[in-house]
Design a protein around this ligand. Structure first.
Ligand SMILES: Nc1ncnc2c1ncn2[C@@H]1O[C@H](COP(=O)(O)OP(=O)(O)OP(=O)(O)O)[C@@H](O)[C@H]1O
Ligand SMILES: [Mg+2]
Length: 244
């Protein structure tokens, strides 16, 4: 049964149709990658799923409820702007717990736990402006994970990370979403990243943004980037390459 249902979504900006009749059913506990070139409407679609903007036609439901009524984690494409500059990295990660009224001591211990369990190195006492782009991206990601939402939307969340941190996080994220039973909708225009992470790839084209293909990848996890170059996945790679 589908958990996230995107039904007949159309979106216009200044009389231009940006998203045209997007229909999608996403199963609980899966990682879906939305793949497409710049400007095909990926961020707009995530914004609609998150309830940040409204579609002109259609609706999104999660577990049978309108998406605005659910707790959704959203790692924005412009993650820097989503961090609170007056809070340290630790306080930023802990922010969802602060809103829930959890005590300072408990918040701190939860943040330290998550950072330790994931074996990450983040300058927790620094402010975002004192941190690298990659560190800020990690903070934005952890702030969503710590809130334990049912669905996490991620808009190219690893784009600023050093390749070593990125490789590490891509493995970790595969373990985390399986362990927590999270449903992740992930936007990317990188072929290897998409193939490595997705249970299902949704391929979009632009002018107007439409879904043109879906590919399921049933390959054992956690997958490394090398796996995406394997013989078994060469057809998938070819299809994605032909769409760029
Ligand atoms: N608020 C807005 N007003 C007018 N046009 C917009 C607005 N937001 C997005 N657009 C346009 O809608 C189209 C889709 O934008 P969107 O940001 O969803 O693309 P994207 O697939 O996320 O691209 P990228 O990979 O570059 O992030 C683009 O042509 C963009 O210029
Ligand atoms: Mg975008």
């Amino acid at each position: 049964m589908s958990y996230v249902e995107i039904k007949n979504i159309c979106k216009y900006f200044q009389n231009n149709i940006v998203l045209k009749k997007i229909n999608l059913k996403i199963k609980r506990g899966t990682l879906t990658c939305i793949f497409g070139s710049n400007g095909c409407g990926k961020t707009t679609l995530l914004n609609i799923i998150a309830g940040v903007i409204k579609p002109d036609v259609g609706y999104v439901s999660i577990d049978g409820k309108k998406s605005n009524d659910n707790i959704i984690g959203y790692v924005f494409q412009d993650y820097r702007e989503s961090l609170l500059p007056w809070k340290t990295n630790l306080e930023n990660i802990a922010f969802p717990l602060e809103i829930k009224g959890i005590s300072k001591k408990e918040r701190e211990s939860k943040v330290l736990d998550i950072v330790k369990n994931l074996n990450l190195r983040i300058p927790l006492d620094n402010y975002p402006y004192q941190s690298s782009g990659g560190e800020q991206q990690l903070v934005a990601l952890l702030r969503e994970i710590i809130a334990e939402p049912k669905v996490i939307l991620m808009d190219e969340p690893f784009s600023s990370l050093h390749c070593k941190s990125r490789d590490y996080l891509k493995i970790e994220i595969q373990k985390i979403y399986k362990n927590l039973g999270l449903t992740i909708i992930f936007v990317s225009h990188e072929i290897a990243e998409t193939m490595q992470l997705a249970d299902r790839i949704i391929i979009m084209k632009k002018y107007p943004g439409e879904i043109i293909n879906m590919i399921d990848i049933n390959f054992p996890r956690p997958r490394t980037e090398e796996v995406t170059f394997s013989k078994e996945l060469s057809d998938v790679r070819k299809i994605l390459r032909s769409q760029i």
